[in-house]
Design a protein around this ligand. Sequence first.
Ligand SMILES: [Zn+2]
Length: 360
Amino acid sequence: MESPNANRPISLLLHEGATDHITGYAHPESPKRIRALAELINTDSIAAIARPTLELHRSIDPSLVHHPDYVHALENACLSARDIRALDEDTYVCQDSWRIACEGLSLQEQAINLIFSTSSRTFVMSRPPGHHALADRQMGFCLFANAAYAARYAQRVWGIERVAIIDWDVHHGNGTEAIFLNDPSVYSISIHAHPFWPLGFGHPEQRGEGKGRGYNLNIPVPFEAGDIQYQQIFERFVIPELLGFRPDLIIVAAGFDAHYSERFSNLGEKSFMALSDGGFAMMTAQLDRLARELCDGRLHFTLEGGYYLPSLTSGVRSVIETLSSTAPPQLKEVSEGRDMDTRVWEDFVTRTGMALKPWS
Ligand SMILES: [Zn+2]
């Protein structure tokens, strides 16, 4: 039998110029992230991959997902910055940040175009991340809502109806949720540590509003869950919801800060979750299988968080290897989570399941 990945290319769109977005000394969202990924891609033979030439252009339209007032304010704030400017307590920009944020959206467009014109699967590796950015303001390192923009662009330009966004970053994708809260055409599913930053968001009872009710799903995971727990999350919640929704495109907001090695900074704090590279491979393989089953294999990844460089690069490598492998995924290691209290886990499963009930 032919391998499901035979003749299915993956295109990596690495935003090398994103190193010019300067966030200041010791900021975890640093240019080193892009340099580490560039080294991974340029020196390791991780896959037979297509690397399209990046012809960055300025035809993007951030108002697909952002208020024009915010877009203008962001442009002014960046272009008038003489050094590094703080837009809020976490989010910093420099003069080049405007250009880089726009190029990031351009890469989203190019990736979506590749999916529909060449049947490639795509992975945009850019910075800053996007899933905390709101329609009307920056938040949590994020300037533009990259995954949300990719979804809207695919709908507007390629005429598809339904997009599913799966966000496995350890932080809740509050920006994506807010942008599509009233929209039944984009099903936003966020798997995140809880209670955690951004505090006050990410409860399973938030299932969307108005016409969008039933098309938002928060999966607030107890800390230190590992591959086994994430596999259960996929089997019990993510896969059935995607099968029911039948998306025309699946977008992954791929953060790597749920890895067991993540430290968020060099200060040596404990990691939040216990996913291994094998866990990222498992989630990738499941979503790739669902994309083949539901939407002609249309699958797009966009980089969110992941700040400890060794686990950022090993997680990204795991995704790429899974997408390019012609053999079924083999789990090299399986993390079961650390000290996972059975009662805490069962409470989580029950609460998430209850939130799903009215629509199941
Ligand atoms: Zn994160």
